[in-house]
Design a protein around this ligand. Structure first.
Ligand SMILES: [Zn+2]
Length: 243
């Protein structure tokens, strides 16, 4: 490469000297041309080395700049915080909320192929507000939830057994077992009757739901207003095999 560049310079200079030689006298032109060629050769060699150093410096500084450049921010997919879960690992809705002849069905009936082996979990983190039997003998657990400042109650009815260690006033997560699916009380088959209301059952500060009778009046009123319990709050699918 160096030789090729030099060759071009030599050819170029020869033309210049030949051109300027028109005005100069014979021998002096030849002497001058030799001197200039020698001189040019040295300069070009130095220039080449200098250029090489400069090029390396530029390369280095460019590489440094690349290294110092802040890491590009990768757009992060925003995953919304999930608050609500299905009450069982497996289930399908066998009866929904609404009027049934003269009666009103306050919740969703959930059936599972696992029957009484199906574990019942809270639909969200919360506090157990009640563990009791109704007049027909149904085993019931109620849990209060506060999600983004809004109070909710979930009620789990017909359990075959309560989970060991659960107590009223106990803080639970959505993974704390409450009991097992069952048929206790007024039930024709093994299922979970799940009620969900947007109030705090048994809470003295809740004007609507401080008593169980107030709670049922409120839930009926909310239904007329378009509220659909677990369907509205949890968005229960028709059937599921994970929470
Ligand atoms: Zn039911």
């Amino acid at each position: 490469m160096k030789k090729v560049v030099l060759l071009f310079i030599l050819i170029g200079l020869s033309f210049i000297l030949i051109g300027s030689g028109v005005e100069l006298q014979g021998k002096s032109v030849k002497k001058e041309s030799k001197k200039i060629l020698f001189y040019t050769d040295n300069i070009s060699s130095k220039d080449y080395e200098t250029a090489k150093i400069n090029l390396n410096q530029i390369k280095e500084s460019t590489e440094k700049k690349v290294e110092e450049k802040p890491v590009e921010e990768v757009p992060v997919e925003v995953v919304p915080v999930r608050n609500w879960y299905n009450p069982t690992n497996n289930g399908y809705i066998s009866n929904s909320m609404g009027f049934r002849d003269r009666d009103f069905h306050f919740g969703y009936d959930i059936t599972s192929p696992l029957g009484t082996r199906e574990v019942i979990y809270p639909i969200a983190d919360g506090v157990i507000s009640g563990i009791f039997y109704d007049n027909a003998g149904a085993l019931i657990v109620t849990v209060n939830h506060n999600i983004n400042g809004q109070d909710y109650t979930s009620m789990y009815v017909h359990l075959s057994a309560f989970a060991r260690g659960i107590k009223s006033g106990m803080t639970v997560t959505k993974d704390t077992p409450l009991g097992f699916m069952g048929q206790t009380g007024n039930a024709t088959g093994v299922h979970l009757h799940l009620e969900v209301a947007d109030c705090a059952l048994f809470s003295p500060s809740d004007n609507n739901c401080s008593s169980i009778s107030g709670y049922y009046n409120y839930l009926r009123r909310r239904f007329r207003e378009g509220f659909r319990g677990a369907q509205t709050v949890v968005n229960l699918p028709q059937s599921w095999s994970s929470r």
